[in-house]
Every structure is written in C-alpha cells, then in structure tokens.
Write a protein that binds this ligand. Structure first.
Ligand code: GLN
Length: 536
C-alpha cells in the first residue's frame, strides 16, 4: 500500500486544539489496524524549541532519540502510543539550515536558491521521511499556526504540491477552525471559518474536511452553511464541541463518522473494526466520581500550565491507575521563599517538584522539599526536582545552607550537583544537553525497583548537571539511597530517602513516557503513596 497522508491546517485562531485533534485522529486510524505516525511542521525559525522559554512555547517534549520537540508531540505519543522520532517535528530553522548547508557544499552550483522550489523541496523530503523512518502506513502532518500567517506559507505551498506528487487518493486535507459565540445574540458565527477557507483556497488548498471547534453545540444549519460556502460535503463538516476530557475526542470523532469518511476518500481497505472498549473504559473512569487526593506541584512556570503538560497528564494517569482523582494545586516556588509561611503546603497528600532551569524560585522549591521530608509527605522530584532534593538533604546533613548545585552557585563549598564532565567544554546552548533515552539499572529492594518491577529501564533525559559522586558516601550516611544508576554506575539516575514513606527524585523525565492506560510506574507509585498518606 502507498503511504496515505492527512494534512491538518488551522484557521481563525491558534490554540483551538489542533494538536489534540491530530492526535485523536491518529488514534482513530490506529484502532482500524493501521500503523500511524504524526508530524508537526512548526513555522518558527528556531531549529527546535529547546532554546525557547517555557513561557513562549510551553513544555519542551523530548523523544527517545533525544530530539527536543513541540508539546504536541506529547499529545501524539500519548494518543497513538507509538514512539516518534526526530523527523516528526520540523521547523523553518531546520529547513533553512539544511538548504544553506547544501548550498555551501555546492549541491546547487550555478543555481539561485529560492523558497520555491528549494525550501519547499526540503519540506516535502521531511514529510516523506516520516514513513521511511517509522514505517507508518498513514502519516498525519499538522502545520503549526493559522492560515494567513506569513511564516507558514512555504509549508502550505509544500502541502499543496504534495497532492500533485502523491495523488488525490493518497492525500486528505483537514482544516480546523473556530466558531466564535456572540453572547448578545446567543449565536455561533461561521463567517471567520468561511474567510479562513477562502484564504486557504487562495493558496491552492481546498479542504476535504472542516472541523469546527466551538464551546457550544453547533446547530445543523451551521453545518449546512459551512458545507455550502466552503465547498465540502455536509458529512465532512465536523462540529467539535469543547469536551470535559481530551481523551474523549477520539470517541467524538468516531461518532461523527470521521473515520468512515476518510476511509472512503483515501480508499483505505477495512482491516479491522475499531474496538473502543478499553478507551471507553478509560474515559468512563476519568469521568466517574472517585475519591480525591490533593497534590501540590511547586514550579516556576505556573502562569502558563502548558509548561507542565506532560506532568499534568502523567499525574492524571497515575490517578487512573489508583482509581482516584488527582486534584492538582499549582504553587509558585517564588512565593515560598524567604520567611514565607509554608502553611500553604499543609493538607496536601503529595508534593511534586518538576524540572526547570535557572536560579529563580530555587530556594522556594528547596523549602517545599524540606517540608515534604520533615512532614513525611510523599514527594516526587523530576530532574531539577531530584537535584534540589539532593541539595536539601545535604544542607540538612551538613547543618548549613551552603550546599548547592553549581548551576546556582558555582562557588559553593559543597557542589553536590555539578556540571557533567562532558558538558564542561560545550558553549552552544541548542541540542547540547544529555538528551533522550538512556538505560537505568534499578537496585533491588528499593522503592523504585518495587514500582517498576524490572531490573533495567530506559528513560528520557534533558539535563546538563548531575549528582556529584564525591558526595555519594556522605549522603548515603544521611539516608539517601541511590536506587537507579547508569550501567557503569557512574551516574545517579534515581535517588530516594530511607525512613520516609515515599521520597524519590529522578534525573530523567518519567512524565514523557506515561500513557493514559499505562501510567508510568513511578507516577502510579507516587499517587499510591499519596493515597495511603491521605488515609492516615
Ligand atoms: N537545570 C538542570 C540541569 O540542566 C535540570 C534540568 C531539568 O530539570 N530538565 O541539569
């Protein structure tokens, strides 16, 4: 079978859930027995989002191969439960970098290098590489931003050309739009959708399907109107009302007949009837009334919760595994600094400190960790959270405030967390951290080994600093257990504390590998410990 391509563009507004829609559609096709991969084309000029502030961009999602990608890749992997790779997130920066290096090499000798065809050709190469590298039979390809943005034009032009290259029956174009609601008259408006489709057509792309997002039910006549003005079949106008849980979206798409419609259009053979049993059970268990536990997440990017997308999802998965609702309170670490009253941390069943970079809010996180240790509240520290757990224990053990990470105090007399030796000579910031999947050996008889029920696991990393081995013995005496180590035992991957119900920090990011019906073992264990704590 020739690879089938589904292209997804957005109109009217950004942030209407295009990424989740692509992810849900991927699930719909996977349930029919096809192998699916999803790619995001991002029009910004950064080579990857790794150098952007979480405030600009939200979470940086890391793949097995160490690529730093858009957070939509997290949605994709959680929904289709397939590990994606580097070519699944392409940016304008990467495309230009490639074209310019080819030009310098002399690959185009004699030619004038232009957006069309040189830039668009590289974009098309990258789209084709998805099935070549993943073996996917169906590739979904989402373009970031909205139609009308200057910077996405080369991507849209490449998508337009793709139909000519691969043929009509192998390509399908979906446009995701937004229907605004006018409170005064109580009606939804289709005009911005009409305009956006007109804009798309002026680029040469006629959508085969329109997904109309809205916060309100979409009346039948609106579907008819959109169909008429935008030249698509009525069944191909899919109203997508905002739903209570993201994981319901594949079920909504199924019910709207999206799978069957796309099947017909791109001439897919029926392989298997979708079996939504397990997925429906998962959605039902998210919705059903359950016991609730309260978890505080102490971070510094909490004004933009997208910065902690995978952490939030992994906590939800951990809740599902324990049949409880996890009520998350986001606490700004800077608000816990100095002599701030820590009363705000009282009453939580568990405390989590996520990853991060830079000095701001560090001392607040350390105070929250101390609070969790002294009050025996289950604690999970992710990457920076683990490093600060080490700093906090060292401060307690040495009875002074000087132990630190050299990221925050290069002159500390006790550099318990220090730059990794292979990072010392690196000056470039982009893509130079310790990134991606590395093995971790679990030490028998520890909380971590018990949670994983495995001897060796592979986890995703994104860091420059590490636990300093000069302090292993001393902190071991203070009750720290090094429960996960690199195969050569040089790197501490997981640390935990004795004489505490559950105090654990991971140098890696377990949140990236958590799935809705396969919660990450450490998140499941953390929620279980928090649940036990809530009953005490
Ligand atoms: N800033 C720390 C480091 O670079 C932690 C990174 C993180 O939390 N992802 O090691």
């Amino acid at each position: 079978m020739k690879t089938k391509y589904i292209f997804i563009t957005g109109g009217v507004l950004s942030s209407v859930g295009k990424g989740v829609t692509a992810a849900a559609l991927g699930r719909l096709l996977k349930e029919r027995g096809y192998s699916v991969a999803i790619q995001k084309l991002d029009p910004y000029i950064n080579v990857d989002p790794g150098t952007m502030s979480p405030y600009q961009h939200g979470e940086v999602f890391v793949l097995d191969d160490g690529s730093e990608t858009d957070l939509d890749l997290g949605h994709y992997e959680r929904f289709i439960d397939t590990s994606l790779n580097r070519v699944c997130n392409v940016t304008t920066g990467q495309v230009y970098e490639e074209v310019i290096s080819r030009e310098r090499r002399g690959d185009y000798l004699g030619g004038t290098i232009q957006v069309i065809p040189h830039i668009t050709n590289v974009i098309k190469e990258r789209i084709l590489q998805v099935s070549e590298t993943t073996g996917a039979e169906i590739v979904l390809c989402e373009v970031g931003g909205t139609v009308g943005d200057i910077e996405s034009l080369p991507f849209l032009e490449a998508l337009r050309q793709m139909r000519g290259d691969i043929g009509r029956k192998n390509s399908f174009y979906i446009h995701v739009t937004w229907l605004p609601y006018i409170g005064a008259t109580g009606e939804l408006k289709t005009k911005p959708t009409q305009h956006s489709v007109r804009e798309l057509r002026s680029i040469g792309i006629s959508p085969d399907m329109i997904m109309a997002r809205s916060d309100h039910p979409v009346p039948e006549e609106h579907r008819e109107k959109i169909a008429l003005f935008c030249d698509v079949h009525k069944e191909a106008v899919v109203p997508m009302e905002t739903t209570d849980t993201l994981y319901n979206i594949p079920l909504m798409l199924e019910e709207a007949g999206v799978g069957d419609y796309i099947y017909k259009k791109i001439k897919l053979q029926e392989r298997q009837k979708p079996d939504w049993g397990a997925w429906k059970k998962m959605v039902a268990s998210i919705r059903c009334e359950k016991e609730e536990i309260k978890v505080a997440v102490v971070g510094k990017y909490i004004e933009l919760l997208d910065a902690y997308m995978s952490v939030r999802e992994a906590l939800c998965h951990g809740g599902l595994a324990n049949e409880v609702d996890v009520d998350i309170t986001w606490i700004h670490s800077a608000s816990l600094e100095g002599d701030a009253d820590l009363k705000v941390l009282e009453g939580f069943d568990g405390i989590l400190v996520p990853g991060g970079f830079g000095k701001r809010g560090i001392e607040g996180k350390i105070r929250a960790i101390k609070f969790a240790r002294e009050n025996k509240i289950p604690f999970l520290g992710l990457c920076l959270g683990m490093q600060l757990m080490v700093v906090e224990l060292a401060r307690h053990h040495f009875g002074e405030n000087s132990p630190n990470s050299t990221e925050f105090n290069p002159d500390t007399p006790h550099p318990v967390i220090d730059l990794m030796p292979d990072q010392r000579d690196i000056t470039d910031k982009g893509g130079t951290m310790r990134l991606g999947l590395y093995p971790c050996h679990l030490q028998p008889g520890t909380l971590a080994a018990e949670a994983y029920e495995e001897k060796v696991v592979q986890e995703r990393h994104r860091h420059r600093f590490e636990f300093s081995n000069a302090y292993r013995e001393e902190l071991g005496k203070a009750g720290m257990v090094f429960s996960g180590l690199s195969p050569d035992e040089r790197l501490v991957e997981i640390a935990e504390l004795k004489d505490h119900p559950f105090m654990m920090g991971t140098q890696f990011h377990p949140e990236f590998l958590s799935r809705p019906y396969r919660a990450h073992p450490l998140f499941a264990a953390f929620i279980k410990a928090s649940l036990d704590n809530s009953k005490d």
